[in-house]
Design a protein around this ligand. Structure first.
Ligand code: SF4
Ligand code: SF4
Length: 247
């Protein structure tokens, strides 16, 4: 991986790699894989044993919670509803026929399938602790529950190239329906869709991105001390981040 960690993405900037390692060795709280006492799906290697003593408890998004999914999803679901409404209206107005609708649906669903299950899975999710919250073939996380894990888990930070790919890929997901609504002359619905894109971005940025454990995502806004604390509790990710920081 060619990524050189930036200040934003480097959880080790406030503490050297060796300090972190010795903190882990000396900690009483961290006992990777000791899963006997608690059995919940968490992104830490002790499966919840040390959660109640963890400074990140109820701060970092580190286990599945339907409330996190609802907060993340409502603007996106609203956008889908507006898109469908705009399509129906356009057909009623005679600006869109069944063939045009079929072409759009096949094209957009194909792109969505490719983006979520293959492209984003590789460039974003395969770096996320949620990717290995269990050993199933599908993701279990607040945002992309059920999509395929099509790449090998990579605990190292996301590279710059992958960050840019994510921005391009996600933007296409939003731009395609917007252009479609403009083509079928549903200008009001195009405006509403654009408005919900802004709401989606602001909502995600102010909620999910402030507590999501995929720290090297270009949109991530988790405070540095939360990242440092989490890396003490995830030896696999910490080692990969130390290696990337020392390159
Ligand atoms: S960071 Fe880990 S130990 Fe801390 S609350 Fe989350 S899952 Fe539990
Ligand atoms: S939390 Fe985000 S980056 Fe992590 S697996 Fe889910 S969608 Fe992917």
């Amino acid at each position: 991986m060619s990524n050189k960690s930036t200040d934003l993405n480097d959880p080790l900037k406030t503490e050297s790699a060796s300090n972190l390692s010795s903190n882990v060795e000396n900690s009483q709280e961290i006992s990777p894989m000791s899963t006997s006492q608690v059995n919940v799906l968490t992104i830490c290697y002790d499966n919840g044993v040390s959660c109640k003593d963890c400074p990140n408890h109820n701060k970092l998004m580190c286990q599945l919670d339907y409330k996190d999914s609802l907060i993340f999803a409502w603007p996106f679901l609203s956008f889908i509803g507006i898109l469908v409404w705009g399509i129906i209206r356009s057909m009623n107005q005679g600006n869109l026929g069944w063939l045009g609708l079929a072409i759009f649906i096949v094209f957009y669903l194909s792109y969505g399938f490719f983006f979520f299950n293959i492209w984003e899975s590789k460039i974003l999710c395969s770096h996320c602790p949620f990717y290995v919250i269990d050993d199933s073939k599908t993701l279990k996380c607040y945002a992309n529950y059920g999509f395929l894990k099509s790449a090998k888990y990579n605990p190292a930070p996301i590279s710059k190239s992958e960050q840019y790919q994510f921005i391009i890929g996600a933007s296409l997901l939003f731009v395609i329906p917007l252009i479609f609504l403009l083509i079928v002359q549903e200008f009001l619905f195009a405006g509403l869709v654009a408005l919900f894109y802004i709401i989606f971005f602001l909502n995600t940025s102010n909620n999910s991105c402030k507590k999501c454990p995929n720290f090297s995502c270009i949109l991530n806004r988790v405070p540095q001390d939360w990242k440092d604390e989490y890396l003490r509790r995830n030896p696999v990710m910490r080692e990969a981040w130390e290696k990337a920081a020392n390159r």
